[in-house]
Ligand binder design. Structure first.
Ligand SMILES: [Zn+2]
Length: 254
């Protein structure tokens, strides 16, 4: 039996029978873990009321070889995010970041840097509040963390400089934007302004990212551009449920 302690984020939970909760946690060394929280529905005291979505937790759990889920032994809140309980857009944007991470991570694979990034994202979103750029920030920063972010500044094939023009060619299979030589044969296009804003987001820390805005139709263009890469690289069942929720709530925040 493997016993593990440490920090985790609660990505997902659903009732299991009348008394129990099945939770998915993101843990630094064990990656994405599925755990049964016995009696969590019957008594909130059992886990000190800690099992709210997206909470940053200190947990202890056990896993047995060959068993599909482990057992959550104890859990306590390190950090809760009150804004997500009262603002549905902030809740949706937190859910989207968590669902993207859940899709990008695997059971048993360490993911300390992704855990740290997601925590930073939730803390910053909770502090600054929802905004029209957060979904793009989550997508681009996560792709960057897993080494799959699109090339935005130079040709993704030959590394050459891009010609100075309003719209640039890109190809998801070849990793990003392309120069005139490498783009011969037809590809998709994205405006230079959108690429520049995405490039700023990629290089900026999260507290600055929350204040960046796309202008006019660039917002939709950035959504389509990153959506192409997410579908291609992450084999996403796209759009994700949290994305559909956000789009229904207000497409500007989706
Ligand atoms: Zn090239």
């Amino acid at each position: 039996m493997l016993r593990t302690k440490g920090e985790a984020i609660l990505l997902r939970s659903k009732p299991s029978g009348e008394n129990d909760l099945m939770v998915t946690l993101l843990h630094g060394t064990r990656g994405k873990v599925l755990l049964l929280a016995r009696h969590a529905l019957k008594s909130r005291k059992r886990f000190l009321g800690s099992l709210e979505l997206f909470n940053h937790l200190e947990v202890e759990f056990t896993e047995r070889a060959g068993v599909f889920f482990g057992i959550l032994e104890s859990s306590a809140v390190i950090d809760a995010f009150p804004l997500f309980r009262k603002d549905s857009v902030a809740f949706g944007q937190a859910a989207y970041a968590c669902e993207l991470v859940e899709t990008a991570t695997r059971a048993g694979e360490p993911c300390r840097d992704i855990l740290d990034w997601l925590l930073d994202f939730l803390v910053t979103l909770n502090r600054i509040g929802p905004g029209t750029t957060w979904s793009r920030v989550a997508e681009l920063k996560l792709l960057d963390h897993i080494g799959l972010a699109p090339g935005l500044d130079r040709c993704s094939v030959c590394g050459g400089e891009l010609a100075s023009r309003a719209r640039q060619a890109y190809d998801v299979a070849r990793g990003g934007v392309l120069c005139d030589v490498c783009s011969a044969g037809g590809t998709n296009h994205v405006s230079l302004g959108t690429l520049k804003t995405l490039s700023v987001i990629r290089k900026s820390d999260l507290s600055l990212c929350g204040r960046i805005r796309f202008s006019g139709k660039a917002a939709q263009e950035a959504k389509n551009f990153l959506g192409d890469f997410l579908r291609y690289h992450m084999n996403l069942d796209y759009p994700l449920k949290s994305k559909i929720f956000l789009e229904k709530l207000n497409p500007r925040f989706g």
